[in-house]
Design a protein. Sequence first.
Length: 83
Amino acid sequence: MRSTVEMDSNTATRLRKLADARRISVEELLVAHVPGLFGEEAAANVSDEEKVRTFEEWVSGFPHDTPPLSDVAVSRASIYQDR
């Protein structure tokens, strides 16, 4: 059974392009990227290689020139400064 989902046309186009680039359906793309959408059994049908590849593509979308946080920024004292 097919259903229609309403979304912005730009979003639909981007989903189709991403799925086409991976040579999978939009549904398979959503199963790989939206946890709990189709249940555990559907997520189990996605290969480990596909999961790794999609994760690496997701990570590569983040900027690489962001400086790391300082030791002070991640210290316990700065996290719980109100205590």
